[in-house]
Design a protein around this ligand. Structure first.
Ligand code: GTQ
Length: 350
């Protein structure tokens, strides 16, 4: 029996209240906020100046040791999501410092991590029984559930950017973590083993991908990446939106290097103005070399070497390098592609 028009609102509210007590709610009240015609970004663009962050890290160095902190890192939080330890919807970023003589003790967790080296030269990370020396611009991977500790036997502080899938794993509530019995894990592979075995355009003859979703190459040295970009510059095959942009890959299966975080390096020559671009993956950028600015949804962000900035998902970006610029970036594109969700919009194709 139809409810009279004048009583309809009261009847609906009463109905919603009653089904609410039974943990039900009407779809029609929320449908268009759940299934939106396009992404509605929650995060906002932001930029962190390296010089300022470094001063804060040095202050942190006086306040707490790497050993006491376990990891002496300052989290870069999206300004729209304070307290959530997120820089984009799904990813985490922090700046970590290790002082000479310090050790960040060994632990492991289901979250995958990347390190991107910003300052200092020659500190090490040990991953799964092998040490790698880290140099500026190197992209270093800690796979899910691999033991890892960091140390610095140089006479300079070392600072790197940590990129992790913490929010993604948190969302799925699949976090496991353990402390190692020893501060530093035992090393059972000689240094240089992984680059020889997997990172030289070769693989052990009977090697198969197996169950491991992460690249066995756990340090992608900057020298090689930079050399590749420089070589490709000669082709002048610039992409209107990206300049020359390469993705880091797992040599075993050709997929992205990490299962949850896609990583990239791109070269934008001085004076190159990129065409407007947006994509569904919120992206963290690290300026490796050069200077310039980016327009992100109409807002200008000036950057120089070692600054960090973010382009939130579905925000339109253009880059404007005033010098030759090299940008490292990471996002959840690898996950979105696997789920058939990733989309982009290119301003040069409209
Ligand atoms: O170096 O293992 O920034 O476990 C956050 C969690 C770094 C690390 C972070 C971590 C690490």
């Amino acid at each position: 029996m139809a409810v009279p028009e004048n009583n309809l609102e009261t009847a609906r509210r009463d109905f919603y209240r009653r089904i609410g007590t039974r943990h039900m709610t009407p779809l029609w009240s929320v449908l268009h906020d759940l299934v939106t015609p396009e992404p509605r970004p929650v995060t906002v663009p932001a930029l962190w100046k390296f010089a300022e962050a470094r001063d804060f890290l040095y202050e942190a160095g006086d306040l707490i040791s790497a050993s006491e902190a376990e990891r002496r890192a300052l989290i870069l939080e999206n300004p729209a999501l304070p307290g959530e330890s997120r820089i984009t919807d799904t990813l985490y970023a922090a700046l970590q410092m290790i002082l000479p003589g310090e050790v960040a003790p060994s632990h492991r967790h289901t979250q995958s991590a990347l390190r991107f080296v910003l300052d200092g030269d020659g500190a090490f990370t040990a991953v799964g029984g092998e040490k790698t020396i880290m140099r500026p611009g190197d992209f270093v991977i800690t796979p899910s559930w691999a033991w890892h500790d960091h140390g610095n036997e140089t006479d300079q502080p070392m600072i790197w950017l940590d990129g992790l899938d913490i929010p993604l794993v948190y969302y799925m509530n699949a976090s496991f973590a353990e402390q190692h019995d020893a501060e530093a894990q035992a090393l059972y592979q000689p240094e240089g083993d992984a680059p020889a075995r997997y990172g030289s355009g070769l693989l052990p003859v009977d090697h198969t991908a197996g169950e491991r979703p992460t690249s066995p190459v756990f340090n992608y040295p900057y020298e090689r990446t930079r050399g590749a970009l420089e070589q490709l510059r000669k082709t002048a095959e610039w992409d209107a939106c990206h300049g020359i942009k390469l993705k880091y890959v797992n040599p075993v299966n050709g997929d992205y290097a990490m299962p949850t975080i896609a990583t990239f390096m791109q070269l934008l020559p001085k004076g190159f103005e990129t065409a407007p671009y947006r994509s569904t993956d919120g992206t963290v950028f690290v300026v490796v070399e050069g200077a310039g600015y980016s327009m992100i949804n109409g807002e200008r962000f000036d950057w120089g070497a070692r600054d960090v900035f973010i382009v939130p998902n579905w925000n339109t970006v253009t880059h404007h390098p005033s010098e030759d610029a090299v940008l490292f970036s990471y996002s959840d594109r690898v996950v979105q592609e696997k789920l058939g969700l990733w989309r982009e919009w290119r301003g040069d194709k409209v």
